[in-house]
Design a binder for this molecule. Structure first.
Ligand SMILES: [Cu+2]
Length: 341
């Protein structure tokens, strides 16, 4: 709430120039404003005059106060507007001075809007370009992350990256046309910016998370130590390695007896053999001719693996198919297949 004192009076037409000049009434009112600015509870003072060129000039002097006490304190002390005006009473129309005390129905303190304006003046020139730059970075970064992530996703021979890029470009053009062709309310612009920003942010976060997951998968696949068995082939600098145990009388890997071993074609395969049994054993692969004890066999080194000893069987087969392995000492019990893919 504001409390307002309004002083109404008229200046005779032939005294207007005097009142406006040096030492005149208006200068006195200006000086008074300087005094008022140091008074507690004072907000503002305004002087307005009628703009008609002929006849007496109507003057309104308005002072605004925070509370009624401040206003009363001002009115009952010197100097006040009434005293300033009366000290120039040679200029004013006799008995034209009227004083009203009023209260403003709507508080519009001049200080807060001023602060808000100052805030806007500082913030807007900074915030708007900054926001546009941030949004641009988000668009470039987000779209690149999403496109990079989409590149491997292909439907048949057709990558979906190209149609998606075209779709996004068409969407941007369509939005630009929409904004340019009609007055668009601010909430619609804001809504679209927030929506687009959210989609881009979500998409790039999803892409980043997906990529991280993919990298982890790759890392897990690149195990350098020998893998525990045919179920988990691992890459070594020279090829794939499996570990196969030998008991009496069976081969064993991952708890499977005489397991089928899956290997890729054309790659060097190393099978690390451990004799955990009470008998001697070995391992032999029949090769492409499908027969044991011929030139193309692969045999463990050493050919006879003693109790508690280790051996290694190294081979590589180019032709996909199913091959056989066995222990030369127990060919009826210790045998299985190798599937080359
Ligand atoms: Cu054996």
């Amino acid at each position: 709430m504001e409390y307002v004192q309004v002083a109404l009076f008229q200046i005779t037409s032939d005294r207007v120039d005097d009142a406006s000049g040096g030492g005149g009434l208006f200068e006195a009112l200006d000086e008074h404003r300087g005094y008022l600015e140091h008074q507690p509870g004072f907000q503002d003072m305004r002087v307005v005059r009628s703009i008609n060129e002929q006849g007496n000039v109507q003057i309104v002097v308005e002072t605004r106060w925070d509370d009624p006490d401040a206003l009363v304190r001002y009115e009952t002390s010197q100097p006040n507007v009434e005293a300033v005006i009366r000290s120039h009473d040679e200029a004013i129309v006799t008995d034209s001075l009227q004083i009203f005390d009023m209260e403003a129905l709507r508080a519009d303190s001049p200080r807060e809007p001023a602060a808000a304006v100052a805030r806007e003046r500082i913030l807007l020139p900074l915030a708007v370009p900054l926001g546009i730059v941030m949004f641009g970075i988000l668009v470039v970064y987000g779209l690149s992350r999403i496109y990079l992530e989409l590149r491997p996703v292909e439907i048949g021979d057709l990558s979906i990256t190209t149609p998606l890029s075209l779709g996004v470009a068409a969407g941007i053009l369509l939005l630009a046309w929409y904004f340019a062709s009609r007055p668009v309310p601010a909430w619609q612009v804001g809504g679209i910016v927030v929506l687009a920003g959210g989609l881009l942010l979500g998409g790039s976060i999803a892409a980043a998370v997906h990529e991280e997951g993919g990298a982890e998968e790759d890392h897990n696949g690149a195990v350098t130590e020998p893998s525990p068995g045919p179920g988990g082939p691992g890459a070594e600098p020279g090829g794939l390695a499996f570990e196969v145990g030998m008991g009496d009388n069976f081969f064993v890997s991952d708890g499977n007896q005489n397991p089928n071993i899956d290997v890729p074609s054309g790659q060097e395969i190393t099978i690390d053999l451990v004799n955990d049994g009470r008998s001697i054993h070995n391992m032999r692969v029949d090769g492409v001719d499908g027969r044991f004890n011929t030139n193309d066999d692969a045999v463990s080194d050493p050919e006879t693996i003693r109790v508690d000893a280790n051996g290694t069987l190294t081979f590589s087969i180019d032709n996909p198919g199913t091959y056989n392995y066995q222990c030369d000492f127990h060919p009826d019990d210790m045998k299985g297949t190798i599937t080359v893919q």
